[in-house]
Design a protein around this ligand. Sequence first.
Ligand SMILES: [Fe+2]
Ligand SMILES: [Zn+2]
Length: 492
Amino acid sequence: MATHRSITRILRSLPNTSRNACSQHHHHNYHRASWLHAEAFAKRYSSNTATVVAAAASPSNEQTTSSSSSSAGSTGGSNSSIISKQLKTTSDLPLKTYNVTKADARPKLSEHHKITFDEKKTLVPWEEGKTSHFQHIWMRDHCQCSECFHPETKQRILNTFTIPKNIQPDKVEAEEKGMKIKWKNDGHKSFYTWEWLHLHSYNPRLERYISPQFKFWGSEIAERPPEVEYEAVMESDAGVGEWTRKIRKYGFCYVKGVPVTPEATKELIQRISHIKHTHYGGFWDFTSDLSKKDTAYTTLALGVHTDTTYFSDPAGLQLFHLLSHTEGSGGQSILVDGFRAAKILREEDPTAYRVLSNVRIPSHSSGNHDSSIQPFAPFPVFNHHPVNGELIMVRWNNDDRTTMDRWDDPADVERFYEATRAWNDVLNRRESEYREQLVPGRPLIFDNWRVLHGRAAFDGKRRLCGAYISRDDFMSRFVISNSKREDVLKAL
Ligand SMILES: [Fe+2]
Ligand SMILES: [Zn+2]
């Protein structure tokens, strides 16, 4: 079981938390810029966000501390297109991942200095030599008592807007476990543990963000692909913890010893979470017959891609279980570690990397006659966390790309095709591809935000079943099955 600190790390490694990665307040401009830009770029394909960082693909193999990724090299064109502007500015961004495990990161109050407060804020001096500044309005709003903050649901009960603008403490006291504040206006008493104060100190930030520990792989993973036992997953949450941990670390995992039926497969995937329904249905079970109007349902070869690039929120996990393959052969599965491929592209061709982080690609799914699915906005191939700058999602399906008819600069068209050519080249290298024949009883599950999949052509009849799980549901299960719930809640 994870300790509070390690769960904090896990939580902070989650890209979709709203926590920021900064420890210094001079980074605040960066945040502001990020969010403003995020709104501004919504209407264009060439995004204008300042957040598309060189960072990306940063976590190096097996490291706890991801290296601060250096800015990705030289700039491209010299004209004023969005892309080239981007190329000039992104290297200024502060990056980003720090190690928490320093001796100075402990929630211990200084023995030599006292807590003080003035009109605006309370100052909490820590033993490590740093002093946290907490503004009164923020402190009152974050009161942890059971009248203000529901102890079970962890939701705010306090009406924030009843707090007087110039709220002042009457008294601030250090107690053994934390700090007590008695407020002047109504005599309300708030209490905050040292641990909580240290964890949430924002000026300066003390807890540091840790990158997820990904293990990147190429074709060599074929020798020892990650795998868990069906029994373990079905019998205990610890088994699910191991499963989700491997999926998170490698981007995919097999389960062995699964009964060769759709029913057992469905139960298996539901050990992680409920199934994500789409316009193709929920749990699917099909033979290659083109009953659904999508190449996936044919016998053709499929280049590596991620699924559902046409969703605003692409499927998080996908599971495939080959139930049978008769009267033919072929159909090897191909997996490519998209984060590793992105890292390689960034090293070999930083310009291509930036182009694919900036150019927004419209996509759709319209084969079914009753639907035409499109995301609320087009997204680039490489999607970075808006606060910490890390690569969080690769979206790539060249077949589902629609007409790209919005360019700030015609030269961007050529840059885009050069970049996709370089990307396609990295993806299709022998050493990028992990090929394996799926077999009945051994379903494959993979992280569709990271790992690209494809398959060789085949003949005969294949029966395959599977399902999607949304990324939020997967991450929730990953965190909860690998830590104590109370520790997860403590870090909220
Ligand atoms: Fe697919
Ligand atoms: Zn309270």
